[in-house]
Ligand binder design. Sequence first.
Ligand code: FUL
Length: 502
Amino acid sequence: MNRLPKYLLLTSALGLSQLTYAQTNFTIIKPAESHAEIIAKAANITPSAKQLRWQQLELTAFFHFGINTYSGTEWGTGKEDPKIFNPAKLDAEQWVRTAKEAGFKQVILTAKHHDGFCLWPTKTTKQSVESSPWKDGKGDVVAEVAAACKKYDIGFGVYLSPWDMNSPVYGSNAYNDLFIEQLTELLTKYGKVDEVWFDGANGEGPNGKKQEYDFNRWYAHIRKLQPQAVIAIMGPDVRWVGTETGYGRETEWSVLPADNLDQASVSAGSQKDINIKPSGFLKGQDIGSRDKLKNAKGLVWYPAETDVSIRPGWFYHEKEDSKVKTPEKLLDIYYSSVGRNGVLLLNIPPNKEGLIADSDVNSLKELTRLRTETFKGNLAKGASLQSPNGKNLKAILDGKYSSSWTTKGSDSTATIELELKQPQTFDVLSLQENISIGQRIEKFRFEYWDSKNWKQVAEGTTVGYKRLLRFDPITASRVRLIIEQSRLNPTLSEFGIYKQAK
Ligand code: FUL
């Protein structure tokens, strides 16, 4: 069976925007295809169901916890004595509650970091909680976090480090089997798993050997055991944004060129996900513009995850208690990650007692106050709307992501004007494209009417799932969004203006 996405030419006379494409999160480009055809195809690449769910989480929390918490290191050696692990007051509900109250929708636990110490009792090694004094070796951190996520109804994910400095079989084929066993335990004993996070580090094991990771086999195994889970970073579904600062790109495309897609990389059955890590796209500030797509061999929906720690290190160290990021810094990170078409993965590492420290909890509480007060009400609500070449305009203020405005015919530019009920003062613009149709907007500007002229407030390139722009406060009752360039018809799910809380 041919599993390549099929597209149908409705009428050749009407041009590219009249091509109807099957919804797919990847496509292969044939050598004869023109640049315009490639752009039209790019406009029709859409996230898979699990990628869409993941993007809508916006905020996910990382819990780096393990032997490093006790040895005071960031990377262990694999020679640690498991007896140093003893989180006497461990309360996974406090971790998950802290995350949930701060607006996080999913957490990811480091089930095993590079040192090889496992936070769950495993048949694969004794280097685990079982050999620790915690709960007399009967404890299971993975089980406690998974149960807390269930109780608080948020997503649960696992970080399993491919690099293992402790495993005696690391550096041989047997390690790829051992890794499969570890995945099987994690993905069958703890209920639903929503994200599997693979780091790229590949160092030496205890015998001085490096391992050739059998990623494709691991992906297939995860797809079988937890088909709804996204596989992140060294995986096919979610990409690393490329920095650990918390700041994404100003121009962030979720559709990227990829060189290595072929039929063999597509999973069978109804899940049309790719099963290999896309490769070939470039690093740097621009990885998905028209120019970068020119020589694409394939196109793929591969969205950005922006990971950063609330502290200087990924693991808890007491000496960093005074260096916890301030609420203002975290807010800036929020605007620069979620507000730049990414998902923020914020690390909040539990301490030696097994609790999130007060300093971190307090910073998150203030971040939450600032975010909630700022975004509590859309100041554009109730505005009268105009867009001469638009369809379904009221969708942009209905608070429902799934409904969206678009343009008529094949128009790829548009103006949306809003007459507010009364003058409002605002300093944040929030835009959301309907990515279930594709990511299309390439250039926009935002203006207000100062009673004589239109004046520019802000401008940008990509929107994607969410774009937040801040500017000096403006008071106005007429504003307009001008979409200057788009790949085929642009869409807009939501439009918002807000005043930042102090
Ligand atoms: C990195 C690791 O080496 C760090 O220790 C941390 O886990 C981070 C999230 O990924 O590559």
